[in-house]
Design a protein around this ligand. Sequence first.
Ligand code: F6P
Length: 361
Amino acid sequence: MKKIVISTGGGDAPGLNAVIYAVVRSCYKRGWEVYGSRSGYKGLLDLDELVRLEIADVDGIYSMGGTIIGSTNKGEPFNMPIKNLAGEIQVVDVSDKILRNFKRMGFDCHIAIGGDGSLEIARKFAEKGMPVIGVPKTIDNDLEATDRTFGFDTAVATATEALDKLHSTAKSHDRVMVVEVMGRDSGWIALYSGISGGADVILIPEIPFDMEKVCEKIMDNALREKDYAIVVVAEGATALGGEVISKGSGELGRSEVLLGGIGEWVASEIRERTEKDTRSLVLGHLQRGGSPTTFDRLLAMRFGAAAVRLVEKGEFGHMVALASPHMSSVPLEDAVKSRKKVDMQSDKVLTARDIGICLGD
Ligand code: F6P
């Protein structure tokens, strides 16, 4: 009999509930107990925020977006900023308390579902002696150690559907529509949705772009009697010699800057340089919402069940990973070593170029 605690950390991604579903069901099949730590580590810090998860609690949740136990991308337990009574911010390390509570509850393993930030925290807990298994989540698909993260396929489907809808309005008004998508420092969402959604231009962080080339492509469209264009810009894309556009760190305890604004910048440059009627929109958190696609559900369930098999084998300090077509596992330190970038030689990049999409270079 084992007692497992699960947490979901970082930005949510479609498929989180499907992982929880698979973990809970795989554990109960073995006669084990499962608890959920609300909002990342909050439940392990304050035991009132721990919830027992029974089979009935997860009934049907695999098709739901979000996470039934909540998530957060603020408040790293090893460096948690807390406001004292005088209103000053103090950074405290609450990891010892979390580890004490973990032992006090008699947990055998923590299954941490998260992206690079949450998996780095999981790695530090593993180093401190907590038996941890990681599960890779992020719509950005930027974890090197797994072929795919769950959430990405759904985000791409949402962005592609938006592009499909934009074609008719762009065409009716002879307009350029610039669409900013998520993905942080990687261009996966932009590239996959841009190709699938018939974009004319795709700008990704891996290729600093030249506005001249972008405008040439738009004017070339016009010469060929296509008076509208669709431009997809990844939030982390930069102009040649330019910098990433961000809104600062935003909230207290958030470790990464909030990206955004490059879409509007590109739109205003196009407007000025080509005199074309241009509009921009930011797809934002729409890409994180909704029901996971079949691909993401299945991947999430495979990850969840594989995580429980790792617990059974005692392979702690590892993250489950997809090494297509198989499930595998990698040490947590390898999982967080580097971020996965779009490979310039990949056939997706070659496809984009072959079918005449401008990548800004
Ligand atoms: O990492 C997932 C992600 O959606 C990024 O693509 C995006 O930059 C960020 O999270 C947004 O974070 P928040 O939910 O805090 O606005």
